[in-house]
Write a new protein. Structure first.
Length: 258
């Protein structure tokens, strides 16, 4: 079986990319062919995932895995994902992320198990429920989507946003008749910060998150915005201000003034 692993990346994250590829191809050997598809320099992760999915189809991949360059798979990640797909599900993996205290300190090593000495500094942020639980709410979606190429034909295409893409995958999977089911497949998130801010003049990373989740995403779900089209205010000052107005009205905090 051929597993296409799509990895978006941007300049300045070369060490993260190396760690990611090493984790998928060297650290955890598998009987399956794991083929990294690196997509550099895209404006958003959603655009990169879509391009990678198209390349996966071209190379005749059997399975598609949409990941990020600051992710490292844990031991035994692949088999539970494949087994879930073969049951007609979409797997929801376990994602573990570092606390800020660790990220501000010494970088974790490239080789070996990168988290063996830091387990007390990490916490699960997805799939806190037992394996086999069917995801029923917005917090239970495939954070690092995995599916067969046959499933992708019914789930895709990906929306061109930076945030909300994994939630979109879960939404489309449910609409196609696939349950989002928690599996015991661990992944570790280094939470690289390069590229999160400054990709758009005047935009903060939080601006993009608020805009994508709360302004653009509902339009894709409701069918008001074509799936291959950016929101007309993406990358614009109007879009940034719309995100901040939404946040102020709904949360009441001015993060851009901190």
């Amino acid at each position: 079986m051929k597993i296409a692993v799509v990895i978006p990346t941007v300049a300045g994250r070369e060490e993260d990319l190396y760690r990611c590829i090493h984790g998928y191809t060297e650290r955890h050997q598998t009987d399956h062919a794991v083929v990294p598809i690196v997509i550099p320099g895209c404006w958003s992760g959603g655009i990169a995932w879509q391009r990678g999915a198209e390349q996966a189809k071209e190379i005749g991949a059997d399975y598609l895995h949409l990941t990020n360059d600051d992710i490292v798979p844990g031991s035994g990640w692949l088999e539970p994902m494949i087994e879930s797909v073969e049951r007609g599900e979409v797997p929801v993996c376990i994602v573990v992320t570092a606390t800020k205290a660790v990220l501000d300190g010494e970088q974790m090593p490239l080789e070996g198990n990168p988290f063996s000495e830091h387990t007390s500094h990490f916490e699960g942020i997805e799939c806190v429920h037992p394996a086999g639980r069917v995801g029923e709410n917005d917090s239970e979606y495939p954070s690092l989507p995995f599916c067969s190429m046959e499933q992708w034909e019914r789930i895709g295409p990906m929306i061109p946003t930076q945030y909300g893409t994994d939630k979109w995958f879960g939404h489309r999977a449910k609409a196609a008749g696939f349950s989002n089911v928690c599996v015991d497949a661990p992944f570790y998130h280094y939470a690289a910060f390069v590229g999160r801010d400054g990709q758009i003049d005047g935009w903060l990373g939080q601006d993009r998150l608020v805009f994508d989740h709360n302004i653009a995403y509902p339009l894709y779900v409701n069918g008001e915005l074509e799936l291959d089209r950016l929101h007309s205010e993406a990358k614009t000052n109007d879009g940034r201000e719309a995100a901040r107005r939404w946040y102020l009205q709904n949360v009441g905090h001015t993060y851009w003034e901190d």
